[in-house]
Each structure stands twice: as structure tokens, then as C-alpha cells.
Design a protein around this ligand. Structure first.
Ligand code: MG
Length: 393
């Protein structure tokens, strides 16, 4: 196979939406933008982003405006996907006028993941090999326990729902779970102390428990009060305690409590993540591979965080493409103790359960990462057909 045959020949970006979920469900698996990158001989790589799907599609397929404002497809066509980091830098520079952070970086993330998948298929190597090589065979996910919006349910009905989900997840092999105690719960801070204690009882002593507080507080002292009251509950991570951009608050909270403080699930690029470390003083960074800049960038974020003694536990709430990409990266670094996993058993979304397969088993809290070429997952074309939203005329 000549290098010519390996170059990117075409890029497509397709909006998919699952009928099972609506915007009111607050579930990011309701839609995705599937990015497909093809080479000269028709081999394909796939990626996605967790961002407004139509807008990501447009940022990828748009016509060039000028040198700093180009469509990402036009930037990568003609490039060698194995040189993914160079392609990433080219996309960043070519979209810096409108991109640079947020949506522009989310779009780069989707293309970057697809380039790794394509490069793996071309070279018959798994993505983890292209990322520097696996240091272990298995990935270690935590499952998020999301009971859905509170709507008009009572607190005890919601906690019963959480208990059922915890039981299902631990019996399906998970050894780490994250309980979502979001601000729409009909609960005072004092009630919430009882909820965390109840959650620990449900989870049992041998399963790691993370807690997502859904950006509940603006007052870091209130968050400190809460965490000090559950100091004996062995909460592995407190996520989304303060407002996302309150980096100084996170630094104060982190200094005042013994629980690990996490943040940065909305962060894009290593530059933002550096602010979370240096100013926000978090113990755990939580950027998403499909939003922070893709595999190239998440790898750089993990390497940077390692220098500071900071862990990375990536956010992940989309389809099996994101789940696979995150698994491949996790086994190539040493400071990613867990990765978030939306368990297909817990998701009503056809996109999470069936867009790609095979879905690997979780055994004793671990997932064996595929050695198949690329990400090791295959698109179900029928699901694409059934969920596809046609492009605007
Ligand atoms: Mg979260």
C-alpha cells in the first residue's frame, strides 16, 4: 500500500438522533454527530463529538473563509492519518479565528478520533498502539448512576431508583460507580448528607463511589460543610461541586477538604486544563475525549497532569465510539485511574446501545481492550439509517 493510498480522501459528518430521548431527559446520548473519514481505497475511520451535532457538522464541512477560518474536512483531506498529531495542529491553526476553545475544539475532537481509527485500520494496529503502546491489557471504568431528571418524584422514590440501578450495575461487573445527586433533587444540603450515606450503604464497602453534585453550590464553604459531614463515607471523588468556571472556589475547596475534588468536564484543550490544575488546584481533571480535542489532546493533557501529580478521569456520555476511544487511551497512561462509562444496560438510547459494536463485557470491574485494528468497533448501518437527521436544505 503506497502512502498515496493512505491519504484522507473524503470526510463526512452525519447528524444522528435517538427517538427514545428528548431534550427534557438531560441525556447526552440522545444524539451524536458521526464523523467518517475515508482514504483512497475506501477504508474508514469513525469519530464523534458531544456538542450540538448540526453545528459540529457545519464546522467540519464548511467552506473555507480564510486561512485561520477553514472547514476541518478541507484541512485533513490529503493528509496521512498516521500523522494525527500534525493533523490536529493543522486543524487547530486553520480554525483558530472561530475555534480555539469550545465548539471549535469539540469539532476537532471528532475528526481526531476518526483519524486514529483510520490509521489503525491502515496499519492493522489497535489505537492504543498508535498512542504509544498499552501498559496493561484492561481498562477500568466507573458506571454513572443517572436516575433521570427528578421531575415530580419524591426524594425517597429517586433514592430507590438509584438503589435499583446500583444493584444492576454491580451485578453486571462494575466495581466503581458514580451517583448523581443533582440540584433538581428535592433535597436540602442536610438531606443530601443522608443521601450520600444511603448511597454508600447501597454501594457497599468494596465498590468505589464517586458523587456528582451537578454544580450545586456557589459558596465553597457550603460545599466544604457538606463534604466534611460525609468524610467517613469514602467518597472517591466529588464532582461538579462549585460552578464550572469558579476556579478560585475550587482551589479553596480543594485545600479545605480531604476528598478529591474534580473538575473540567467542559474543558477544551490542554491550555484550559492547565488553568484547572494551576489555578483550580483540582485533584482530578475530567475532560472528555470527544470535547477536549480528541485523542491527541487528551494524551497531552494526561502527560501534563502527570507532571503535577494530578489524575485524569475523563467524562464520557455518548456512544460506543467515545467509550472505545477512552478505553484505548486509558491503558496507555498511568494517571487515569478510572474512565466514565455510560453503561449500555442503563441507556435507553439506541445510539448508545447499538450504533457500534461489539460492546465489551465488564468483568470484575475491568474491560479487556480490543487488539483489533483501530478502535475495534464497527458501525451498524441500519442504526445510522434509522436515526439519521437529514441535512438542512
Ligand atoms: Mg459530569
Amino acid at each position: 500500500m503506497s502512502t498515496e493510498d493512505c491519504r484522507v480522501a473524503a470526510v463526512d459528518a452525519i447528524v444522528l438522533r435517538a427517538a427514545q430521548l428528548g431534550a427534557g431527559d438531560l441525556d447526552a446520548a440522545q444524539d451524536t454527530v458521526l464523523v467518517r473519514v475515508f482514504d483512497e481505497v475506501g477504508r474508514e475511520g469513525i469519530g464523534e463529538a458531544d456538542a450540538p451535532a448540526e453545528l459540529v457538522r457545519d464546522l467540519i464541512l464548511m467552506a473555507d473563509a480564510h486561512g485561520w477560518s477553514r472547514g476541518l474536512a478541507r484541512v485533513v483531506i490529503g493528509r496521512d492519518p498516521v500523522a494525527a498529531v500534525a493533523a490536529h495542529e493543522a486543524m487547530y491553526q486553520a480554525s483558530i479565528w472561530h475555534g480555539r476553545r469550545g465548539l471549535g475544539i469539540h469539532a476537532i475532537s471528532a475528526v481526531d478520533i476518526a483519524l486514529y481509527d483510520l490509521a489503525g485500520k491502515q496499519t492493522a494496529r489497535p489505537v492504543h498502539a498508535l498512542l504509544g503502546g498499552a501498559r496493561r491489557r484492561t481498562a477500568r471504568p466507573y458506571a454513572t448512576v443517572w436516575p433521570g431528571p427528578a421531575r415530580d418524584r419524591s426524594l425517597s422514590a429517586i433514592m430507590d431508583d438509584i438503589a435499583e440501578r446500583v444493584a444492576a450495575l454491580t451485578s453486571s461487573g462494575f466495581r466503581a460507580v458514580k451517583v448523581e445527586l443533582l440540584p433538581d433533587l428535592p433535597a436540602t444540603d442536610r438531606d443530601l448528607v443522608a443521601c450520600v450515606r444511603q448511597a454508600r450503604d447501597m454501594v457497599g464497602p468494596d465498590v468505589a463511589m464517586l458523587v456528582d453534585f451537578g454544580y450545586r453550590w456557589r459558596d465553597w464553604r457550603a460545599a466544604q460543610w457538606m463534604l466534611s459531614k460525609v468524610d467517613d463515607c469514602d467518597v472517591w471523588l466529588a464532582e461538579a461541586t462549585l460552578q464550572h468556571d469558579d476556579l478560585d472556589g475550587h482551589a479553596r475547596l480543594s485545600a479545605a477538604v480531604s476528598t478529591r475534588i474534580g473538575g473540567g468536564e467542559m474543558a477544551a484543550t490542554r491550555w484550559e486544563c492547565r488553568e484547572w490544575i494551576e489555578r483550580g488546584r483540582v485533584d482530578v481533571l475530567q475532560p472528555d475525549v470527544n470535547r477536549c480535542g480528541g485523542l491527541s489532546e487528551l494524551r497531552r493533557i494526561a502527560d501534563m497532569a502527570d507532571l503535577y501529580g494530578v489524575s485524569v478521569v475523563p467524562h464520557g456520555w455518548k456512544t460506543g465510539i467515545t467509550a472505545a476511544a477512552t478505553r484505548h487511551l486509558q491503558i496507555t497512561v498511568d494517571n487515569m485511574p478510572y474512565i466514565e462509562m455510560l453503561s449500555p444496560g442503563q441507556s435507553p438510547s439506541l445510539l448508545r446501545t447499538r450504533l457500534v459494536g461489539p460492546e465489551p463485557a465488564v468483568v470484575n470491574g475491568l474491560i479487556e481492550v480490543s487488539d483489533e485494528p483501530g478502535l475495534g468497533v464497527v458501525v451498524d448501518e441500519q442504526v445510522v439509517c434509522d436515526t439519521r437527521v437529514e441535512a438542512r436544505p
